[in-house]
Design a protein around this ligand. Structure first.
Ligand code: AMP
Length: 176
């Protein structure tokens, strides 16, 4: 797979929105990429590759769900939802964390992961790494083994990667 070519194609389908949702934030809008079926498929193929056996994929609300749903079919894995506070109906574990633009809480169902299961976590974008670190924490609390983290975009200047003690792959690093 030509990763550099794919990253360039994805970059051309990401729309930068200044000052959204708050002044000073340059929002990376992935909707043009999602609307391009061959490109979206190539992104999913790239995210699915080279992890070894994966039992479960955790998708982080809400754009992580989009990629997680595509990945489980490719990996033969189950899909687990990491959701914002109060959204999941069953018993949950919760972690509070800080965001690039605010504070939040992430939850997972207590029965979503069994001891020793191999878990890949996915989200659209790595910013400060607060959300990602919370997801790793949740998986480990439930006894899962995090095999790695897949992102489409990484905002390298925020150094979120340094908060994650698992293999991290991002397709597109900004700025490159
Ligand atoms: P963080 O916890 O700071 O790494 O933030 C990551 C989460 O916030 C991801 O779920 C992203 O979808 C979202 N996010 C943070 N910053 C941006 C941005 N500049 N553009 C788009 N999404 C963002």
């Amino acid at each position: 797979m030509d990763t550099a070519r794919l990253a360039a194609d994805v970059s051309a389908r990401i729309r930068d929105i200044p000052d959204f949702p708050k002044p000073g934030i340059l929002f990376k809008d992935i909707t043009p990429m999602l609307a391009d079926p061959p490109l979206f498929g190539r992104v999913l193929d790239w995210l699915a590759a080279d992890w070894g056996p994966v039992d479960l994929v955790v998708g982080i609300e809400s754009r992580g769900f989009i990629f997680g749903a595509g990945l489980v079919e490719r990996l033969g894995a189950g899909l687990v939802l990491a959701r914002k506070a109060g959204k999941l109906p069953w018993a949950t574990v919760a972690v509070d964390y800080g965001l690039e633009y605010g504070a939040a809480c992430l939850e997972m169902h207590t029965d979503s992961i069994r001891q020793g299961q191999r878990v890949l976590i996915v989200d659209d974008l790595l910013a400060t790494g607060g959300t990602a670190a919370a997801a790793v924490d949740l998986v480990r609390r439930l006894g899962g083994e995090v095999v790695g983290f897949g992102f489409v975009i990484e905002l390298a200047f925020l150094d979120g990667r340094s908060r994650l003690d698992v293999p991290v792959r991002s397709l597109l690093t900004v700025p490159d």
